[in-house]
Design a protein around this ligand. Structure first.
Ligand SMILES: Nc1ncnc2c1ncn2[C@@H]1O[C@H](COP(=O)(O)OP(=O)(O)OP(=O)(O)O)[C@@H](O)[C@H]1O
Length: 307
């Protein structure tokens, strides 16, 4: 296995100056990494900084501070137009509302082939068509669908088109920003399963951004919980679900619409036992750490947990 992360975010800060006196600290010093073929779920409420994180990584913004290492290369500094163009083949984004980003006047064939057209990555018309058909097959649609317009599809099918468009450039990282949030729960599950299947085939890494944890559980290897621009807790999916520590993570978990009674029972009887947990205070930071499981603590919280 390739041990180098495909993405490493180090102390990323993204501030927006909204007036002479006010600056919004949308993302305020977050760090995480994603290995090839793995999924990092980034969760948090509206306004916590999830989209800003994704947009900074794909360099729609220039980071205020910190480093973004993609495939071993620091991409947080100034980039030329050509460098950005290249970056956005290897890193693709899938959005929440496919209808808003699929041109209604273009046929699916041309929508999916967009990346190929921009980068002249086909030999002739036949080759272009073949590549689009391959992508349609990959996402469970058929050749005939290539000749229709976006409005002739359901929400779930449109999201499949968005996925096909992203994968045609063989990206190493996909940033899925609330990609399934607008879909019915059963369709959400289908899209998540499809993304997992494609990931197995292609070894693409995902940054999966979502405001609720229900589907994130099924796709993520690691989860980061974002709150007001800070990562308040990060760990394996198992750690976050079985042993959430930060009160904010707990409140997100309790907001999952269909609670699993077994988990609930376990959660209610759980009081956090610092002494026997083996969790240590990470010196020089406000994090409690246990292996890969980090929790941001305020001084009061830290005192409460260690009492
Ligand atoms: N371009 C911008 N200029 C000024 N403030 C911004 C800008 N983009 C985002 N913000 C602010 O940064 C904070 C984080 O926004 P962001 O969209 O990243 O949150 P989010 O977690 O993705 O929420 P949502 O799910 O509602 O999109 C918010 O307070 C938002 O108003």
């Amino acid at each position: 296995m390739n041990e180098q992360p495909i993405l490493e975010v180090k102390n990323l800060k993204q501030y927006f100056k909204v007036s002479r006196r006010f600056t919004v600290k949308a993302v305020d010093g977050i760090s995480f990494k994603i290995m090839p073929g793995q999924t990092y779920g980034l969760v948090g409420e509206s306004g916590s900084g999830k989209s800003t994180t994704g947009r900074s990584i794909i360099r729609l913004y220039k980071p205020t501070e910190g480093e973004i290492i993609f495939n071993g290369k620091n991409i947080s500094g100034n980039m030329s137009k050509d460098e950005l163009k290249l970056l956005r083949t290897k890193m693709q984004m899938i959005f929440q509302d496919p209808m808003a980003c699929l041109n209604p006047r273009r046929k699916v064939m041309d929508i999916i082939a967009e990346g190929l057209d921009i980068h002249h990555e086909y030999e002739n018309e036949q080759d272009r068509e073949k590549k689009v058909y391959e992508m349609l097959e990959l996402v469970g649609l058929s050749k005939e669908h290539a000749h229709r317009y976006p409005h002739q599809f359901s929400g779930g099918q449109r999201q499949r088109i968005g996925i096909a468009r992203a994968f045609i450039m063989h990206p190493q990282l996909i940033i899925a920003d609330e990609a399934i949030s607008a879909l019915d729960v059963s369709i959400q599950a289908q899209v998540v399963n499809l993304m997992k299947k494609i990931q197995k085939k292609t070894n693409t890494a995902y940054l999966f951004i979502a405001h609720d944890l229900s589907m994130v559980k099924y796709i993520s290897d690691h989860i980061g919980v974002l709150h007001l621009g800070h990562l308040v807790e990060t760990g394996t999916t198992e750690e976050i679900f079985n042993n959430p520590i930060h009160p904010y993570t707990k409140s997100l978990l309790s907001a999952i619409p269909e609670p699993n009674p077994r988990v609930e029972k376990h959660r209610k009887s759980q009081t956090y036992d610092y002494e026997s947990s083996g969790i240590n205070y990470l010196e020089g930071t406000k994090h409690l750490v246990d292996g890969t499981h980090y929790v941001l603590a305020t001084d009061e919280e830290f005192a409460q947990w260690t009492r």
